[in-house]
Design a protein around this ligand. Structure first.
Ligand code: S3P
Length: 185
């Protein structure tokens, strides 16, 4: 039987369960970056955030990319950046909420990585995204309405991830524990 990695397991022991990059998908505000960074830390793996990589490549914030060039341009950059990040090396990747909706990106992630759908109640997501104004899709709208619409459109894609973990209002480390348990199975 495979031992379940606990908070006290050595990174090396936990890492031996992982044979592909781990990619976090799900709606904005669910905590993909925060949870991803902690997960990577526990696994002793590098962490990358696809939005940060897009911003570094473009020399511009996501909001500015949307504003100056439009969403399609951003989506194209997102697709290319994620294809570059999935290079066979082990790491944890947090993706932007729309990345997994792209058929090419989704197929790549499902084939070459282990996708984890991080999910939370809409009220929790809406509260979290309201704290910052960096997300163009909710900037001038009611976050709860936008997130409800996005969930209705996107959950069918997110649900294709082989691992589904709910990230409630509890401690981030509890969510990380549940991801590690699922990865060890
Ligand atoms: C988006 C989510 C954002 C960012 C962009 C678009 C989306 O990332 O990529 O604002 O379409 O859901 P987070 O999910 O990290 O907020």
């Amino acid at each position: 039987m495979t031992p379940t990695p606990s908070r006290n397991s050595s990174p090396t022991a936990i890492k031996s369960h992982i044979d592909k990059p781990v990619v976090l998908v799900g709606l904005m505000g669910v905590g993909k970056s925060t949870i991803g960074r902690r997960l990577a830390n526990r696994l002793g793996l590098p962490f990358v955030d696809s939005d940060d990589e897009i911003e570094a490549a473009a020399g511009m914030k996501v909001g500015e990319l949307f504003e100056n060039y439009g969403e399609d341009y951003f989506r194209d950059g997102e697709r290319r950046v994620i294809a570059r990040l999935i290079d066979g090396s082990l790491k944890v990747i947090a993706t932007g909420g729309g990345a997994f909706v792209n058929p090419e990106t989704r197929a790549l992630i499902l084939r070459e990585a282990t996708a984890v759908w991080l999910d939370a109640d809409i009220d929790v997501l809406a509260e979290r995204v309201s704290r910052r104004d960096t997300r163009p899709l909710v900037r001038d709208s009611d976050p709860k309405r936008v997130l409800t619409e996005l969930a209705a459109r996107r959950n069918r894609y997110y649900s294709q991830a082989p691992i589904h973990v709910h990230s409630g209002e509890g401690a981030h480390e509890d969510t990380v524990d549940r991801i590690l348990e699922a990865l060890a199975k």
